[in-house]
Design a protein around this ligand. Structure first.
Ligand code: SAM
Length: 246
């Protein structure tokens, strides 16, 4: 996992900034029941999304001091340091739990634990919202870049912790029923062919660390043959799903 303390100062700017956060918050609002009063944003990061969640009381929890410090500046008195695998909230104490771009970062054990903790802190009838299939989001909208990269990537990614089917199975076993689905765009996050080639050659994408150099060279050669080398391709589209505690 990235060192989010080191990442904190550039996180907002490099992850779509206010536009992405507003889109994520709008998606949360679409799935959040209007009766939800107390919402816990687990892995709230810098609070850029948390601050936009439309609910009477929103609290945020994050493991990284650097990220939590920025969140606390946005939401004074409402941010705590904590681990999603041992959430510092009482059983049945919140109306909704939000987890944006978290589960894909955790291994299978920790992600299962995070879901179990979410179920524990939700009151009966409460709602869990979580992103799923996060790392596949760049390849959902067809494009010449997606056509080239997706099949190579698919050969190098292990089953993701946030796979929709897996999350649904785990949630169901915890007494949470699927309730809704929406998406939000990663505004401004689409890359050009040249940008993709650089990301791949410098191995900044996790799956590229598992690929052999010849595979990556062949892929970037293909990317360099595409037209409009500096035109960003479609922004990624992130799925957000909700579950209700039975
Ligand atoms: C990709 S960022 C997402 C932040 C925020 N939800 C957003 O959408 O901007 C992932 C966040 O998860 C936090 N995180 C990772 N593992 C965690 C854990 N075990 N407990 C709490 N937070 C964690 C990181 O510190 C980081 O702030």
């Amino acid at each position: 996992m990235l060192n989010y303390d080191a990442e904190a100062s550039t996180y907002d700017r490099t992850r779509g900034g206010d536009a992405r956060a507003a889109s994520a918050a709008a998606a949360i609002t679409r799935l959040l029941p209007s009766r939800a009063t107390l919402v816990a944003d687990l892995a709230c990061g810098t609070g850029i999304v948390t601050a936009r969640v439309a609910a009477p009381r929103v609290v945020g929890i994050d493991l990284s001091h650097g990220m939590a410090r920025l969140a606390a500046a946005r939401l004074p008195g409402r941010i705590a340091l904590g681990d999603v695998t041992a959430v510092p909230l009482a059983d049945g104490s919140v109306d909704a739990v939000v987890m944006i771009w978290l589960l894909h970062l955790l291994d299978h054990t920790a992600s299962a634990r995070a879901l179990s903790e979410a179920a524990r802190v939700l009151r009966p009838g409460g709602t869990l919202l979580t992103t799923v299939d996060k790392d596949a989001a760049y390849y959902v909208t067809p494009s010449d870049v997606a056509d080239l990269i997706a099949p190579v990537r698919a050969r190098h990614v292990p089953p993701p912790s946030d796979a929709h089917d897996r999350v649904t199975d785990l949630a169901t076993a915890l007494g949470l029923s699927p309730a809704g689905r929406t998406t939000f765009p990663g505004d401004g996050q689409g890359h050009s062919p040249r940008g993709w080639a650089e990301l791949i050659l410098t191995r900044r994408l996790p799956w590229t660390k598992r690929a052999d150099p010849g595979t990556l060279t062949a892929l970037t050669t293909g990317l360099h043959t595409l037209p409009d080398q500096d035109r960003p391709r479609p922004d990624p589209v992130y799925p957000l799903v909700s579950f209700t505690k039975g």
